[in-house]
Design a protein around this ligand. Structure first.
Ligand code: EPU
Length: 331
C-alpha cells in the first residue's frame, strides 16, 4: 500500500495503525522506540512527501466515529465530535446529511479530520479554525489527555500550535466542531458565486453548494486517484505593504489579497509568471491547470519533488525577490 497521495513508494522502520484509545495509551506509556526514535502521525498522507527511508515509526490513526455532543438551542448551533481517523470529506458529507452546517466549503479536501486542526486546512473562503470548537489530544511524553480550546490552538494560515510550539508533543485524537442548524451559504469566493449563478441556482442547498465546491476544485486540482500530488505544494506568501506596492507597480496584474499583516500573494500566479507552469524536471511536474501544485508524472521520487520545488523556489526568488515556503511536509 502507498500511504501518500503523491504516490511515492516509501519505507519506515515501523508502521503502526491505531484505532482504539487503549492501543494509543499503551504505545505512549510502554513503547520505548516511540520515545527514543522519531515518529510521525500520518493522516491521509495528502500533504506529505517521503524523501527517504523514515528512520522511526509512522503512526497511522484509524479511529472512527462522528457524534453529536451537544445542541445549543438558543444559537441554533451544535457541537459535533469527529475522530481523527475519519476521512475529511466523509465527515463533510455526514454533516450535510444530518443538517449540521458550516463544513460545505471544505468539501472534497483530501485527508483526515485529525489533520484539519494541525494545518488549519482551508478552501473557498473558509478555514477549519472557523468551525473548530476544541481539539482533543494525548500528550506524547505522558499519555495524558488534553483538550485545547480553539484559541489555545493559535490558528494561523495553514498553521497551528501543533505545527509550531508543540510540534510532535501532542497527538490529535478527535476534533469538536461548532456547526449550525441554520444554513447560510458562504459565497464570498468569486469562483463559487459565479459557478452557482451560471448553473441557474438562486439559493443553493447545502448539498448543491458542496457539489459546486467539489466541481470547482476538481476543475483546477488533480484528483488524487488519477494523478499524484500533495494539493498546494507551497503556501501563498504574505508580504508587507511596501513590498506589495513595489511588486504591484512592476506587475500590475499580479494577484493579491489584503491579509491581516500585509498582502497575501497568489503563489500560483508568481510561479506561472516564472514560466514553470506545465513544465517538469525529471518525473515531477508543475501542474498545467494550477501552478501551485506539483504532480507525479509517473514513478517520481521524493528527491525529484525536492529538486523541482528548489528550482521553482529559486526562480520565483530571482524574479520577484520572494521566498516561497512549502505547505507540504518533507519527511
Ligand atoms: N493563479 C494563477 N496561476 C496559477 C494558479 C493560480 O494565476 O497557475 C491565480 C488564480 O487565477 C487566482 C489566484 O491565483 O486569481 C488564486 O488561485 P486559486 O483560487 O486556485 O487558489 P490558491 O490561492 O492558488 C488556495 C489554497 C488551496 C485552496 C484554494 C481555494 C493555499 C496554499 N492553497 O490556493 O488549498 O483550495 O485556495 O480556496 O492556500 C491546499 O492547501 O492544498 C489547497 C488546495
Amino acid at each position: 500500500m502507498i500511504y501518500n497521495t503523491f504516490g511515492i513508494p516509501a519505507t519506515a522502520d515501523r508502521y503502526i495503525t491505531v484505532s482504539a484509545k487503549d492501543e494509543l495509551l499503551d504505545l505512549l506509556q510502554h513503547d520505548t522506540l516511540l520515545h527514543t526514535k522519531p515518529f510521525f502521525v500520518l493522516g491521509g498522507g495528502s500533504n506529505i512527501i517521503f524523501a527517504r527511508h523514515y528512520p522511526g515509526t509512522i503512526l497511522h490513526l484509524e479511529n472512527k466515529g462522528i457524534h453529536l455532543v451537544q445542541e445549543l438551542p438558543q444559537s441554533q448551533e451544535v457541537l459535533v465530535e469527529a475522530s481523527a481517523g475519519e476521512n475529511w470529506d466523509s465527515f463533510v458529507q455526514h454533516c450535510i446529511a444530518n443538517g449540521w452546517h458550516g463544513t460545505e466549503n471544505l468539501a472534497a479536501i483530501p485527508g483526515t479530520v485529525g489533520a484539519s486542526p494541525v494545518q488549519n486546512v482551508g478552501a473557498y473562503g473558509v478555514e477549519a479554525k472557523d468551525i473548530i470548537h476544541s481539539v482533543h489530544t494525548f500528550e506524547v511524553s505522558t499519555g495524558n489527555e488534553r483538550t485545547f480550546s480553539r484559541d489555545e490552538c493559535r490558528f494561523g494560515y495553514r498553521d497551528s500550535i501543533f505545527k509550531k510550539e508543540l510540534k510532535g508533543q501532542y497527538i490529535v485524537w478527535s476534533v469538536t466542531f461548532r456547526l449550525s442548524r441554520t444554513f447560510t451559504p458562504d459565497l464570498r469566493y468569486k469562483a463559487i458565486a459565479d459557478a452557482i449563478a451560471s448553473s441557474g441556482i438562486e439559493t443553493p442547498t447545502p448539498q448543491q453548494l458542496a457539489d459546486t465546491i467539489a466541481s470547482v476544485r476538481w476543475a483546477k486540482l488533480p484528483r488524487p486517484e488519477e494523478t499524484g500530488s500533495a494539493g498546494s505544494f507551497f503556501k501563498n506568501p504574505v508580504v508587507d505593504a511596501t513590498q506589495y506596492e513595489r511588486l504591484k507597480a512592476e506587475y500590475p496584474d499580479m494577484v493579491a489579497y489584503p491579509a491581516a499583516d500585509g498582502y497575501k500573494l497568489a503563489a500560483g500566479w508568481l510561479i506561472e509568471h516564472t514560466g514553470w507552469k506545465g513544465r517538469s524536471l525529471g518525473r515531477c511536474g508543475v501542474y498545467s491547470k494550477q501552478a501551485l501544485v506539483l504532480v507525479n508524472l509517473g514513478g517520481c521520487t521524493g528527491q525529484e519533488v525536492i529538486n523541482l520545488a528548489d528550482a521553482v523556489t529559486a526562480d520565483v526568488y530571482k524574479k520577484f525577490g520572494i521566498t516561497l515556503e512549502k505547505e507540504a511536509i518533507i519527511l
